[in-house]
Design a protein around this ligand. Sequence first.
Ligand SMILES: [Zn+2]
Length: 411
Amino acid sequence: MRANTLLRRMLGITGIVVDGFEFEGDDLVVDVRSRGRRRPRCGLCGVRAPGYDSIGQRKWRHLGIGGLRIWIRSRLRRVNCARCGVRVESVPWAAHNSGFTLQFEELAAYLARATDKTTVRRLLGVAWRTVGRIVERVVARNGPRDVLEGLRRIGVDEFSYRKRHRYLTVIVDHDTGRVVWAAPGPQYETLRQFFEVLGPERCAEIELVTIDMNAGFKKAIAEFLPKAQVVFDRFHVQRLASDALDEVRREQLRETRGTPEGRSLFRSRFVLLKNPWNLSRRERAKLSNIEKHNAPLFRAYLLKEAIVRALDYVQPWRAKRALKEWIAWASRSRLGPFQRVARTIRKHFDGVLAYIGERLTNGIVEGINNRMRMVSRRAFGFHSPEPLIALLRLCCGRVPLDPPIPVPTDV
Ligand SMILES: [Zn+2]
């Protein structure tokens, strides 16, 4: 077998001819051309177009072998496309405007979905930001196109990216568990933008929306989905209570600094926020210490636990009674943060109660929520929202991938 043939087989790219190769330091550069070179196609739309001019050689990074970096090199022309104008011709091994081969990009996306930032960067030897751009291209090319069809029950959620104050609104399909849309911007405007993309017919098919208790989201839904059932999912209600508990703890910590009571609060955050049945013996001791020495904080703890129990009820009438009792209790608790939560829940009472009636299991809402939170943390380091959106869709959107990994034979 000749070296060029061996190389062509090893590269695993169809539709090419290998003309030669050379070593540049630790890199192997393989010169190739595409088989259908006589009749070039537009790189943007893929339609045949007459040649325009030559732009010389370009290089694409390919999968490495045994620690060796491999590059594909080829001469490129521009074509004069009737639809797109003068564009670089298409090549069978890479996407338009990419410096990586398709196989490299599929592998990068596969790794970005499967593992953490550092591992991906080290395995591929590319910057995390570059991985972000690759994921954007892969999702654009492989992502399902019909995600906005047949939406019945959707969830609207919001994530901060780039530390704080920059928000991303994310739409989830509760029936498939997929992220279907995301965009940056303020709540009302961004959600309105989504409903405009969806159009009036598909909006009319939406029966239920879960949101957090956010005025902007509520306003957009009242405007575009007047008939849909609005549900405030328990995930968000519980988070309000957890945040209130944490606020009380910090207040108490300030007030009791330097006293024995103050010491009992030290490192108590985790104990207070944890499910009581998951507490270890030491954590239990810590909790009973708080019970003995700090009545306000223990009251806050009981309030946080009580709302979880209230939302556990399966029958709506029981939940309704429990929630009403909770609001009354929280209102007279003399704990400012919980009084505020009580007011918020009273204001959105029907939506909170609707959660029980609709029986959207916690698993659906919470599962996707946790996964999205994990992905958005991993996305720190991207400098614009687009790669984060792409990574969210890749990890929570059932985007099919075709990584160049051999089928295992020993399992
Ligand atoms: Zn074109």
